[in-house]
Write a protein that binds this ligand. Sequence first.
Ligand code: SF4
Ligand code: SF4
Length: 447
Amino acid sequence: MKSSRFNVVSEHPKTGETILFNTLYGSITVWDKSGFRMVKQLLDKPDTIINDKVIKIIMSHLVDGKYIINDDVDEIKVVENRKILGMKDENRLDVIIMPNMTCNFACPYCYESHIPSSFMSDETDEAIKRWLVDQVPKFKVLILNWFGGEPLLSFERIISIGKFVKDICNNHDIGFMTNITTNGYLFNEQRIKELIAIGIFSYQITVDGPPEIHNKTRILRDGKDSFRKIFENILLLVRANKKVRISLRVNFNHNNIYAIPELLKLFPEDIRPSLSVVYEPIFGKKCFSATKNISSEEISSKIVDYYHLAQQMGYDVTLESIGIGKLVYCYAERENQFIINYNGDVFKCSVGFNPEERFGYLSSEGRVILNEKQWNKWFRMDLFEQKCYSCKFLPLCMGGCRKTRIENANTGSFCSLVPTNTSFALKAVAFDKFEEILQNQYNVYVQ
Ligand code: SF4
Ligand code: SF4
């Protein structure tokens, strides 16, 4: 027998108890001091011959939880296989469509370069539909995300393509999940009805704080405030259909992090269960950056507190969970994932849409013509960096951001759990708050 290489031990600073967590299998146990002394001995020497009844029970618990495993189990192979499975998954097609690359907002921290006239043409719309007719029936599930720019500036386009693709899925009995990331300004009752009719029940909308805070960063292009309209639209959306779920995103930095509790108080209690709160640190320039202006300890302690507060207030806090069994770091690692830009350019990663970063383009016949060099650069890298092979968090992280890995090749500075697409729990790991998350998520005690 041997100890799993993915056991994480963490002492709770307040209670002195020890949390034993396995990042590969998700097993977790909390031990008091004397219990953990025996656990530690067994983990250090799993082949010890045991006569004592209590130690036998503890050993059997450690084997059940796979903290101690058979010598022939190759845990690295298990993780590698998971990753290959995720990258080559032939069951699901992930598509992000950007119907434009312009916006009615002028948020000072936005990283996108907007182009005022960048709207999808009828030709690209037709090419997308041809591609979808050809591709979608090959899969069991289609996951379609609308992104921009501000996608609702292209409302008719969304309805047209959305209805088209929903019909393909219905006709071929293919699972269909669709959602939209929007600033939340351009809704009205009629639009909400039409979006729900094409199956969009999932919305991501950003609100950066109560009105006086939000209106400083989420500014309309003409300089006007946006809070009131967005707030009313969120109420309209949630009350339009009980299946609607909104991911309420708060982009925070040193200027607004303390205002999050005020924001949470504003939404009426009846809609809170439909709002899933997500706090995201702002990156980029020093004057906007959360991480360059607030210590990671303070960020971690605040976001942990604010997630708990949101939960107590009746919000949906699903991001609190630790994702066990993750297959890839982010969607861009999946081979059957494509971002189609308004002009038919094809990308993998949603951070950066420079022409030189494109992976190919959509031809007018509806075929994705790939740039093989770019594709190979993205996929023919090692599954994991050397450093990841000795990292206990590998099964939770799955190797870090591929874009950063390429950009920072061989510099060893690719490991950044925080920036994008990470759950609250992973951020907490990055910010050294792991034990609090575990303690709150599970309550498993062994006497
Ligand atoms: S990217 Fe960092 S956290 Fe993720 S597995 Fe690699 S070393 Fe670990
Ligand atoms: S920046 Fe990294 S994590 Fe984000 S979408 Fe691109 S590859 Fe994925």
